[in-house]
Design a protein around this ligand. Structure first.
Ligand code: SF4
Ligand code: SF4
Length: 372
């Protein structure tokens, strides 16, 4: 049975004029040459899914290997919301009872069991705090570390809170933090996501939290886009790059300028989606004499390959996409800086596994070395 809202998406897909422009912009297809990953072909698979026709394992995988980078949306001649439709196809697959890919099952099970996406032990979340770190326990602003930077890439959170303190921002941290729920949306499990959204907002209310500061672009997207869309409410949120850029303008923080060549990678969920392009560049201009750009940057920036749970399901694809981005950076720079923990993780993994000579850092890790 095709639900009404699915019909809406089928009608939108029918606007495709097969111009093939999307073939040339999809990072996953360009990295793998798998024709099922061409955006217009993913749309054809989505139609089958909405009509509840059987799809092959390879077709299933191509729906989940999309990073929802929105590059196809931006370039589509018929202005089809391709990435959104792919997300709806995942919802449909999940509700039809298709079994998740092993990496995705593992991810979902971990989130449902431990309430974070990295299998971290909640008792150790605040281990990221620097020694003898003091924060304002009465603040109504929470530094929300997020799963990846809270449990796994801890130096992102360590350097983030250190810089917030240096600026003089009032904030607190919280051991009761749980996953924002965005991976569940990306897996198509909307009912579980709703439970996490509601629980998060209840925890914030109980702890007198009125606004968030985040380092993670995935968490940012979740609170700005998914919460209002799915449960009709959210909490005010600021990405840390906007706070640091403001502080630089107000002379609240200074950095030594490095001579190294630094290149900035725009995370899809900060750049194309929310147009946060200026703040990271203003920050980097204050901390390097040599800021360079990728050939493809701002709206044209290529995805790192990890987003929207794509890496958890299709690691080889994700690493191939990342390596292409790393190789472009190596041509121009000594340090590759970005503002999303997932980008840091995947780009750094591709660099390390392939012996590329470049440092990959989250923006606060980079700044921490240059604090005046
Ligand atoms: S959103 Fe990105 S990865 Fe997904 S189909 Fe479009 S261009 Fe490809
Ligand atoms: S760019 Fe849009 S209209 Fe053109 S082939 Fe791709 S999906 Fe179809």
């Amino acid at each position: 049975m095709v639900l009404n809202y699915m019909n809406k998406y089928i009608e939108e897909i029918e606007k495709c004029i097969e111009c093939k422009i999307c073939d040339d912009v999809c990072p996953t297809y360009l990295a793998t040459n798998n024709e099922l990953e061409i955006p217009r072909n993913r749309l054809k698979i989505a139609v089958k899914i909405f009509n509840e026709e059987k799809i092959s394992d390879a077709e299933y995988k191509s729906i989940y290997s999309c990073t929802k980078c929105e590059m196809c949306d931006l370039n589509c001649s018929s202005e089809i919301s391709i990435s959104k439709i792919i997300g709806k196809a995942r919802e449909s697959l999940f509700s039809q009872g298709y079994e998740l890919l092993p990496g995705h099952k593992n991810l979902r099970d971990g989130i449902l069991k431990r309430k974070n996406s990295t299998k971290g032990d909640p008792k150790h979340l605040l281990d990221y705090l620097p020694d003898n770190f003091e924060y304002d326990k009465d603040s109504t602003t929470l530094y929300y570390a997020g799963c990846l930077s809270g449990y796994f890439l801890k130096s992102i959170s360590t350097t983030s809170v250190r810089i917030l303190n240096k600026i003089g921002t009032s904030f607190k941290v919280m051991k009761d933090e749980i996953c924002c729920g965005s991976p569940l949306v990306d897996l198509g499990d909307i009912e579980s996501a709703k439970r996490f959204f509601k629980e998060n907002l209840e925890i914030f209310e109980k702890n007198n939290v009125k606004e968030l500061i985040v380092s993670c672009s995935g968490c940012y997207r979740s609170f700005v886009e998914f919460y209002p869309e799915i449960i009709g409410k959210t909490i005010p949120i600021t990405h840390i790059v906007d706070i640091i850029a403001d502080a630089i303008k107000q002379n609240k923080i200074q950095f030594k300028k490095t001579d190294k060549k630094v290149i900035y990678h725009d995370p899809c969920h900060l750049g194309r989606e929310f147009q946060i392009y200026d703040s990271p560049r203003q920050i980097l201009e204050a901390a390097t004499k040599n800021l360079v750009e990728f050939e493809k940057h701002h709206d044209d920036a290529t995805c790192c390959g990890a987003d929207s749970t794509a890496r958890a399901g299709s690691k080889d694809m994700a690493v191939k996409v990342a390596l292409k981005r790393v190789d472009k950076a190596v041509e121009k720079a000594d340090i590759l800086v970005t503002a999303c923990p997932f980008c840091v993780f995947n780009l750094n993994y591709a660099r390390r596994k392939n012996d590329r000579n470049i440092k990959v850092q989250y923006i606060t890790e980079f700044l921490n070395d240059l604090l005046d």
